[in-house]
Design a protein around this ligand. Structure first.
Ligand code: ATP
Length: 371
């Protein structure tokens, strides 16, 4: 399996227009599952296609184990691809689809049978080995297409939205199957998805793209705990983070424009904002870091404008009273007994807030310190 490295890779389809991929520096380690995640049009598929050789690079280079590969045709890259719509041969059986890449290479019949048997066993497809793929469910078809990808023992496996045509149960099942295979066989893999749950569940690291530019690459936990900028903060987490305009009152108090709801930072964190006394900042508050309690008339500071029960949690849209009423989304244990128009006491857990520069949008506490 290879280490894959993108160095200053750009892709511009139409001269004069914004590049689809803009000077991408990114690596995928040996045996790692790296997810490319971002909104539609952010450049995920273009990046994948350049690695596969299905699109040329406009500039930059891609390396497999230190070897530049952008001039190689797809067939010489030893890259396998798993597509969202399976791309199987409908008239062939499971075993003939899986063995197809070896048939093309004219591998001897006994070797072909041995390797097909290994792959069908690994994917739990032995019982349906002789069946036509046309008769299979979407999940089983996708397992066949994964088998066909792996039989060639590729240096890199590219998964292009592999689960997007599957429904609920099959999706969750295949997600765990792909992860199990990827880890047990040490497959260097790149996964394209627009589903953050899928990326978080399957990937060792996630690269977040927006407008063709890499925003951050990190483990799912790191993205959640220390988003590099406002885009990542807003993109990771559901419901999304609350983003509040704020000012620094003194060295450690942040005014979010609501009397009685100023945030006091720890002395360590207050160092970060000290240098920003004259300027504003953006405070990010995850919905799970908003505390909500029943209130009587003198300590209430908010009312409930909407409650969305989601089973084990409730998502509450709250209106905080102030000179300019402030909307805040909270996620609390559910089901709660709160009702729309209830008066409540709302507080923000100051130790958990994220602090961003409104101009550069960067996290003020990200590596490298104040921007
Ligand atoms: N063949 C093409 N010719 C011209 N523009 C293209 C072509 N392929 C993609 N683009 C443009 O490049 C940008 C990035 O597209 P790309 O498909 O890589 O993004 P994506 O993140 O994979 O999006 P999606 O999730 O919608 O597939 C988009 O603006 C898209 O319209």
């Amino acid at each position: 399996m290879a280490v894959v490295e993108f160095q200053k890779v750009s892709k511009q389809y139409v001269a004069g227009q914004m590049p689809a991929v803009d000077s991408l520096d990114l690596s995928c380690n040996e045996g790692e599952m790296l997810a490319l995640l971002g909104p539609s049009g952010c450049g995920k598929s273009s990046t994948l296609k350049m690695a596969a050789g299905l699109e040329d690079l406009t500039s930059g280079e891609i390396f497999f184990d230190g070897r530049p590969i952008s001039a190689l045709p797809p067939a010489q890259r030893n890259v396998a691809m798993v597509f969202e719509d399976y791309c199987l041969y409908p008239n062939l059986s499971v075993e003939d689809n899986i063995g197809f890449p070896l048939t093309v290479q004219r591998v001897a019949a006994d070797e072909l049978d041995r390797r097909v048997s290994e792959i069908t066993a690994m994917l739990g497809l032995e019982a349906i080995r002789k069946q036509s793929v046309r008769d299979l469910s979407g999940g089983a078809q996708q397992r066949v297409s994964i088998g066909r990808a792996l039989i060639r023992e590729p240096d890199l496996v590219l998964f292009d939205e592999p689960l997007s045509h599957l429904d609920g149960d099959q999706r969750v099942y295949l997600r765990s199957e792909i992860s199990r295979l990827q880890k047990s066989r040490g497959l260097t893999s790149i996964l394209v998805t627009h589903d953050q749950n899928e990326a978080t569940a399957m990937a060792d690291r996630i690269a977040i793209l927006d407008g063709g530019k890499l925003q951050q690459v990190a483990t799912p936990r790191e993205l959640y705990l220390r988003p590099a900028n406002i885009f990542v903060a807003n993109f990771i987490g559901e419901p999304p983070m609350n983003l509040l305009e704020a000012r620094i009152e003194d060295g450690k108090t942040i005014d979010i424009g609501v009397p009685g709801l100023a945030l006091t930072l720890s002395s360590q964190r207050s160092k970060v904002v000290e240098s920003r006394r004259s300027g504003g900042l953006v405070v990010g508050v995850r919905p799970e870091h908003v505390s909500v309690l029943p209130a009587n008339s003198h300590d209430a500071n908010a009312w409930l404008s909407y409650r969305e029960p989601r089973g084990d949690v409730d998502v509450l849209t709250l209106t905080i009273e102030g000179p300019v009423p402030l909307k805040l989304v909270a996620e609390i244990d559910g089901p709660s007994s709160y009702r729309v128009n209830d008066r409540l006491r709302v507080d923000i857990l100051a130790d958990h807030v994220h602090l961003f520069d409104p101009e550069s949008q960067a996290n003020l506490e990200a590596a490298g310190g104040v921007q």
